[in-house]
Design a binder for this molecule. Structure first.
Ligand code: ZN
Ligand code: ZN
Length: 123
């Protein structure tokens, strides 16, 4: 059981099952939407995503094809990625929105062809 929320706290939710298929997505859309080098998403059956507060504050944006991204209309935090024809009953949640510790067994990097050129700059 995991809990998550947006930055302003208006939206909170619970995951009724363990997130699966964790990816670091380096596509341009995730980079733009998250303002980051990549977005880390995990997937659960939609029926296992339960909103505790603020569901009516979600704004939906159709980013490409059937894909729908939902974010908090107050603070802009990204909450849902869904609409894949292949996984119509599943929804992906940004791991960074979780407030409970979750360490996946493994993470797959995808869309590295558009990886941010500054990601591996010297620290
Ligand atoms: Zn918010
Ligand atoms: Zn992406």
């Amino acid at each position: 059981m995991h809990n998550g929320s947006c930055l302003c706290g208006a939206i909170s939710f619970r995951l009724r099952s363990e997130p699966k298929a964790v990816t670091n997505c380096h596509c341009r859309m995730c980079q733009k939407q998250h303002g980051a080098a990549f977005a880390t998403y995990a997937s659960i059956p939609r029926a296992d995503l339960e909103y505790l507060s603020g569901q009516e504050l979600l704004t939906a944006y159709n980013s490409s094809g059937s894909i729908v991204r939902k974010f908090c209309s107050i603070c802009g935090s990204n909450i849902e990625w869904s609409g894949s024809n292949e996984f119509a009953d599943w929804v992906s949640i940004p791991l960074a929105s979780l407030d409970t510790a979750f360490v996946p067994m493994n993470i797959e990097d995808i869309h590295l062809e558009s990886g941010a050129p500054w990601l591996h700059a010297n620290r």
